[in-house]
Design a binder for this molecule. Structure first.
Ligand SMILES: Cc1ncc(COP(=O)(O)O)c(C=O)c1O
Length: 393
């Protein structure tokens, strides 16, 4: 075999994603893309805020010497400063530019954190359902992802996390607002998680880190705010990006912030800066750093996503679907009306509706709908959702 065995295995185990993609392409080629209702992708459909284009233009037009040169692996100091000031205002923790590293998206950020803290054989615990790529990220650094089921309302099950923690635990990785459930973990849960990690770190005799993956932080509904992990646990990191809040996932820009109170903070920062370089990112894209440095606090019009959420949730609730309404992000994770959700996802495909099976997020029996689509896609798909549901009731 000419490719690495592990990668061959990964490709094979993710083949359902490819199958879904191929089925979507097949349906679109037969019926036209307007007649296929694609809820499978988490690709933002709302344009970036107007300030993005204005800022990008002015940066390109005012090009100073050396603007395309190598830079510190952590990113431009003035950009990190503007990010740090924003986090300080938003989350109340005193962050300086030295606590921030600019990264290639949240994915790049999570990988530099894991590179800095994971030894071979270490475990990274994550509440399930979870973003499928976490398993690959953990493996990139010789770690093993340990999914732990959430409660029925998708909040973290603290007792279950407690049972999963052991001598190999390097970190707990949470994602709020969550992909795929839309759940925002409340203050009380983060408080309990912080207490647990302090206690376990002490009794086991190693620092268990808390990693908070937050690319959807600014996309919340009904006035819900995302609590800061920095307030509840000192050995913590935030990894985030502007992929979703500015609708620019193709530009690969995000950052990591380390809790200013973390033990061994300086070592961690040095390790992550080096990781940025040697994982091949070197540094986050220069132009995009400058752009987002001037756009801290800006975001897309969240009311657009709120409206889409309401159209979808009200429609599905009327037909009898059961789900926890999302607090944030742009995903809905309903229960399948049959235990084998693949069967239901296939029934949806017969209605030209594309959804992702919950097994892809470590949680069979559910399916994920991304509602970052045009309103028309949702309203036109509703009769198909009803017909598919009725087949199983
Ligand atoms: C939960 C979660 N984490 C991380 C990422 C990766 O984000 P980025 O594209 O900013 O690297 C995504 C992308 O969809 C995501 O949903």
């Amino acid at each position: 075999m000419s490719i690495a065995e592990k990668m061959a295995g990964f490709v094979a185990s993710s083949s359902w994603i490819r199958k879904m993609f191929e089925e979507g392409a097949r349906l679109k080629s037969i019926h036209g893309s307007d007649n296929v209702y694609d809820f499978s992708l988490g690709n933002p459909c709302i344009p970036p805020p107007p300030a993005f284009r204005r800022y990008l233009k002015s940066i390109v037009e005012n090009e100073a010497p050396g603007v395309h040169a190598y830079m510190p692996n952590t990113g431009y100091a003035h950009v990190r400063k503007s990010v740090a000031e924003f986090i300080t205002r938003e989350q109340g923790a005193k962050i300086t530019e030295n606590d921030v590293i600019m990264t290639c998206g949240a994915a790049g950020g999570l990988n530099i954190i894991l590179k800095a803290i994971v030894n071979p054989g270490d475990e990274i615990i994550t509440p399930a359902p979870y973003f499928v790529e976490y398993g690959f990220y953990a493996d990139n650094h010789g770690g093993q992802l340990v999914p732990v089921k959430t409660r029925s309302d998708f909040d973290i099950d603290i007792e279950a996390i407690e049972r999963a923690i052991g001598e190999k635990t390097a970190a707990v990785l949470i994602n709020s607002p969550n992909n795929p459930t839309g759940r925002v973990y409340p203050e009380k849960t983060l408080g309990a998680l912080g207490d647990l990690l302090r206690e376990k770190s002490r009794t086991i005799g190693r620092t268990i880190y808390l990693l908070s993956d937050e690319p959807y932080r600014k996309i919340t509904y009904d006035g819900i705010a995302v609590p800061s992990v920095f307030k509840y646990y000192s050995n913590s990191f935030i990894a985030t990006s502007h992929s979703k809040d500015l609708s620019i996932p193709g530009e690969r820009i995000g950052y990591v912030a380390v809790n200013p109170e973390a033990d061994e903070k300086e070592m961690l920062l040095q390790a992550m800066a080096l990781a940025n370089r040697i994982l091949g990112f070197v540094n986050a894209p220069a132009i995009m750093q400058r752009v987002v440095g001037g756009l801290q606090g800006e975001h897309v019009d969240i009311s657009e996503y709120a409206r889409k959420r309401d159209i979808l949730c009200n429609g599905l609730a009327d037909f009898g679907f059961r789900f926890v309404p999302p607090d944030g992000a742009f995903y809905l994770f309903p229960q399948s009306p049959v235990p084998d959700e693949i069967e239901f996802v296939k029934a949806l495909q017969e209605e030209r509706i594309l959804a992702v099976p919950g097994s892809g997020f470590g949680t069979p029996g559910y399916f994920r709908l991304s509602f970052c689509v045009e309103d028309r896609t949702i309203t036109d798909a509703l009769p198909g959702f009803e017909r598919a549901f009725k087949r199983f009731k």
